[in-house]
Design a protein around this ligand. Structure first.
Ligand SMILES: C[S@@+](CC[C@H](N)C(=O)[O-])C[C@H]1O[C@@H](n2cnc3c(N)ncnc32)[C@H](O)[C@@H]1O
Length: 311
């Protein structure tokens, strides 16, 4: 008798099947999604269900490197060993990024959003946050754009990974990071040393880095300067979060914006409009979210803005 192409007499449980195909001399333990999820919880790492196989594979690689055969032992060691925690984090997270990633979004930033935020008579520099900045190319792209166009801004950037933040603070990059950035800006803002390029220190200094775990830390955090932003970029990060955390983070990002502030996510990120009271616009660069102005202020602002525009 056959069911789904397998003879019932030959059918085995999933763990049995996994044990039988495991090569000799490697890890004994069978790592289930459940144990891997426990490890992620121990690390306070939010992982989307779709990333479960990647999490299991990452845990497996770290166990193999350290000769750990019981995943529960890895979980317990992570609690007391920050370096091991960072190592697992590094295996699980995707840190792919580059300068001016998604040129359409940078066009929108350059020609619409930044000129609006940095109007000549603005009373203070615009405040920008790159949340999930990886090795720094995203906030530094903003810093370069603002230097180029003479905008006065304060840029914060954060990531869960200390390793990524250390690389970002170094501000030195290889050729691959420049694949979407023109030669003109590269020559103007980077100093070449062999096959590496170091960002000009005056521009690098305009970005402040800090560690934030979006899946765990509570936001806004005014004491850490994480509140009242005019613009937040949170691109290619939300797609990795567990569904419950995604809803909470959407609300927290909304609360971290100043009235009238803007939020950009990546075109491949999940839509956020259903989780917080954003004004959402569909543009050629994907969805753009704004925190509405108070109605009275919106009217006042519009009047002032059109008066300025008429001058
Ligand atoms: C693919 S990179 C995106 C970098 C940049 N935003 C871009 O779009 O090019 C994703 C980054 O999100 C970070 N990340 C993942 N989960 C996070 C979390 N819960 N909190 C903060 N950062 C997280 C990763 O460490 C990684 O550096």
């Amino acid at each position: 008798m056959q069911r789904g192409g397998t003879r019932i007499s030959e059918a085995r449980s999933a763990p049995e099947a996994a044990r039988s195909v495991r090569p000799e001399g490697t890890i004994d333990a069978f790592i289930s999604d459940v144990v891997a999820a426990e490890i992620a919880r121990q690390m306070r790492l939010s992982v989307a269900t779709s990333r479960s196989p990647a999490l299991v594979a990452a845990v497996q690689r770290v166990m193999s490197r350290h000769g750990i055969t019981d995943p529960h032992r890895l979980r317990d060691r992570i609690a007391a060993d920050d370096a091991l925690r960072e190592e697992v984090l590094d295996e699980v997270t995707v840190r792919e990024t580059h300068f001016f990633r998604d040129s359409k979004q940078f066009e929108l930033l350059r020609h619409t959003i930044l000129p609006h935020l940095c109007r000549p008579r603005a009373s203070a520099p615009a405040r920008i946050w790159s949340a999930g900045c990886a090795s720094g190319e995203e906030p530094y792209s903003l810093a370069i754009l603002c230097a180029e166009d003479g905008h006065s801004v304060r840029i914060s950037a954060s990531d869960i990974s200390m390793k990524a933040l250390a690389e970002a603070a170094e501000a030195e990059y290889g050729e691959w990071s420049f694949r979407e950035m023109g030669e003109y800006l590269k020559r103007r803002y980077f100093l070449q040393r062999g096959d590496r390029y170091r960002l000009r220190p005056d521009v690098a200094r305009s970005v402040r880095f800090t560690q934030v775990n979006l899946g765990f830390d509570r936001l806004p955090a005014p004491d850490r300067g994480l509140a009242g932003f005019d613009l937040i970029l949170c691109r290619n990060v939300l797609v990795y979060l567990d569904a419950a955390d995604l809803m909470r983070v959407a609300e927290e990002l909304f609360t971290c914006l100043a009235e009238g502030g803007w939020l950009l996510t990546a075109p491949t990120d999940p839509p956020l409009w259903r989780y917080a009271s954003f004004q959402t616009a569909t543009t050629g660069a994907g969805l753009v979210y704004r925190k509405p102005m108070h109605v009275a202020r919106e009217a006042g602002y519009e009047a002032r803005y059109s008066k300025e525009a008429r001058r």
